[in-house]
Structure formats: structure tokens, C-alpha cells
Design a binder for this molecule. Structure first.
Ligand SMILES: NC(=O)c1ccc[n+]([C@@H]2O[C@H](COP(=O)([O-])OP(=O)(O)OC[C@H]3O[C@@H](n4cnc5c(N)ncnc54)[C@H](OP(=O)(O)O)[C@@H]3O)[C@@H](O)[C@H]2O)c1
Length: 308
């Protein structure tokens, strides 16, 4: 099969190459999915799991990409819950070959059915950003209606999902980002916007939850915004400053079929919009994943013919 591989961490996305690889086999409780569309998070190439297996052994050449939408083409021994020919979407294992390929082997529990009226392109754009936003807000952040949340990077892949989901849940949302993103963030349901390059985020006052996708100094300064009993949730590693009277949580997203269903249902009925930028073929993927200008929206790689 055709696949994108990486072999050299120092080379970053410029080191990606389109090659021929053997098709994956379905292990116990796996399915093999023929991929129609694939999503890639640019920071993947800094994650240890892209380069080593769970024992720390080199696993290159590895196939990056962890989001997928496609059609089940084979079932592993003992696999239940999905069938050959079914449209699915979800999250591939961090430590196995990923989704920038024509086929991937995935544990069936990490996938959910993709309704027939949702494009494969849209399906592939949802798993990481949608699940990360959902888990950060509602599981780790325990957000409830009437509370306030500051979403950093609110125009980005995770941030735009978090802004919309928090707004829909009845929270008061303050989004942050760059000046050019103000309109987009307010249109996604934030009541206020802070331009992190020109405005003082401290002027926001106290909030019940900070959802941090940026980290560094911005993450550190966010701790003092948390109200007593509030929570600072980070998806960019352990927090460097903790709230004085609150919790700090950092987590890595996990797949969850019930949450994938909730997310895709919101897309179908118009409550949730996904932010897709460039859509490329697998042949054009290396160029598309090495953009020369600012990336706007998620890059999706359409793998098999059409994306519907
Ligand atoms: N732990 C997990 O499970 C998990 C899951 C998903 C993602 N992540 C991590 O979360 C981070 C965000 O992912 P993403 O896919 O949402 O990325 P993204 O689409 O690039 O979104 C990040 C947003 O933050 C903005 N931003 C970054 N630094 C900024 C700054 N200093 N001032 C103002 N705005 C700034 C970006 O603007 P520009 O584009 O202009 O820089 C962009 O709009 C990545 O580091 C990713 O690895 C972690």
C-alpha cells in the first residue's frame, strides 16, 4: 500500500516520504480500515510514540497520522461491534503505524460509526480535536452551565471545538489567540476575545476553568486567573504553575466511542462546525503538510478516491 513514513526526528515534516509499505494485519479485537481521509497534528513528530514502541525501541520507519475516516475492510480474531463495509471514524493507537496510508489496523473500540451524511473529510477532522475538547472541558475540567472558561488558542483545531462545546453547554466563554482570529472566535460562541499579543489576559478577571493548548509563559500566567475551586487543564504537558486554590490537570486524549457519537451528532445537526483548511491527496500530502504560510484550519489528506 502507499503510505507516508518518517525516519528522522530532526528532519520534522520535511523528512516525510511517500513509499510502499505492507498492508497491516488485523490482530485480536482489531479492524483494518481502508482509509478515505486522514488527519495529522503537526506536533506528532515531537511525540515519543512516533519514534519508539512501548518498550522504548526504535520503530521507524513509522507512519504518522492518528485520525481517520474510512470503511472497515477486515476484522481481527474475536472482533465485535463493527462489520466489514461499515463507515467508521476515530483515533488510531499512538504507538502503531498511523493513518497517512491506504490502510490502518486499529482496535475496534477506538472507532465509532460514521453516519452516511457526514463526509469522510469531516469525519477525519473530528477525533483528536473533538475528543480533546470534550474530555478537557467535561471530564477533566468538570465544566457546568453558568461557569466561566478561558479557552486559549480558541481559533485552533482543539480551541475552536472547545469554544463551541463550552458555549453550547451554557458556559461563559472567553477565547484567546491572535488579533486576526477575533471574529472567528466570537462567531464560534465566545462572549469575549483576548488578543494575547496586545491585550492583558489578567483583565479577564477570575474564571472557573482555563483550557490551555499553548503552555509556556501563557500557561504559567493562567494559573492566577483560576477562581478558588477552579481547574487549569493543559493539553501541552504538565503545568508549570498551579492555581493557588484549585486543581491542575494535564492529560492525553483517549478514544471513546460514546463521545465520538456525541461529537458527530452535533456536527450533523449544525451545533458544531469543524475547521478544515487544506484538503490534499496522499500523493500531495508531503507538500500539504509542509505549508509555507500560516496554517488556517486542519489539513486533511483524502486517501481513497472521493471523500464522501
Ligand atoms: N494532550 C493531548 O491529548 C492533545 C490533543 C490535541 C492537541 N494537543 C496539543 O495541543 C496543541 C494545540 O493543538 P491544535 O491542533 O489545536 O493546534 P492549532 O490548530 O495550531 O491551534 C493552536 C492555536 O493557538 C494559537 N496560538 C499558539 N501560540 C499562540 C500565542 N503565543 N499567542 C496567540 N495565539 C497562539 C495558534 O495560532 P497560530 O496558528 O497563529 O500559531 C492557533 O490558533 C498542540 O501542541 C498539540 O500537540 C494535545
Amino acid at each position: 500500500m502507499k503510505a507516508i513514513v518518517v525516519t528522522d526526528q530532526a528532519a520534522g515534516t520535511a523528512g516525510m516520504a511517500l513509499v510502499e509499505r505492507p498492508e497491516p494485519q488485523a490482530a485480536i479485537n482489531d479492524v483494518v480500515v481502508q482509509i478515505y481521509a486522514s488527519g495529522f497534528v503537526p506536533t506528532e513528530l515531537s511525540w515519543p510514540s512516533t519514534w519508539t514502541d512501548r518498550l522504548g525501541n526504535d520503530r521507524t520507519p513509522s507512519i504518522p497520522g492518528h485520525e481517520l475516516a474510512g470503511v472497515v475492510s477486515a476484522l481481527g480474531y474475536g472482533t465485535t461491534g463493527l462489520s466489514v463495509g461499515q463507515r467508521v471514524f476515530g483515533l488510531a493507537d499512538w504507538y502503531r503505524d498511523g493513518t497517512l496510508a491506504e490502510y490502518v489496523a486499529v482496535e475496534a473500540r477506538n472507532l465509532a460509526p460514521l453516519p452516511g451524511d457526514v463526509d469522510f473529510t469531516v469525519g477525519a477532522s473530528l477525533p483528536i480535536s473533538g475528543l480533546t475538547a470534550w474530555q478537557g472541558l467535561f471530564e477533566h475540567g468538570r465544566l457546568r452551565a453558568g461557569q466561566s472558561v478561558l479557552v486559549h488558542g480558541a481559533a485552533g483545531a482543539v480551541g475552536s471545538m472547545a469554544t463551541q462545546l463550552a458555549h453550547e453547554s451554557g458556559a461563559y466563554v472567553v477565547g484567546t489567540g491572535r488579533a486576526a482570529d477575533r471574529r472567528t472566535v466570537l462567531d464560534s460562541g465566545a462572549q469575549e476575545f483576548v488578543d494575547l499579543e496586545k491585550e492583558a489576559m489578567q483583565d479577564v478577571g477570575g474564571v472557573d476553568l482555563v483550557f490551555d493548548v499553548i503552555g509556556g509563559d501563557i500557561g504559567k500566567r493562567s494559573a492566577s486567573l483560576i477562581r478558588p475551586g477552579g481547574i487549569l487543564v493543559s493539553v501541552v504537558g504538565p503545568v508549570q504553575a498551579r492555581p493557588a486554590d484549585g486543581l491542575a490537570v494535564d492529560f492525553v486524549v483517549e478514544s471513546d466511542r460514546a463521545q465520538l457519537r456525541e461529537i458527530v451528532q452535533r456536527v450533523r445537526d449544525g451545533r458544531l462546525r469543524t475547521n478544515i483548511g487544506t484538503v490534499s491527496t496522499l500523493d500531495g500530502a508531503v507538500a500539504a503538510l509542509n505549508p509555507t504560510g500560516r496554517r488556517r484550519g486542519k489539513t486533511i489528506i483524502g486517501v481513497t478516491g472521493g471523500t464522501r
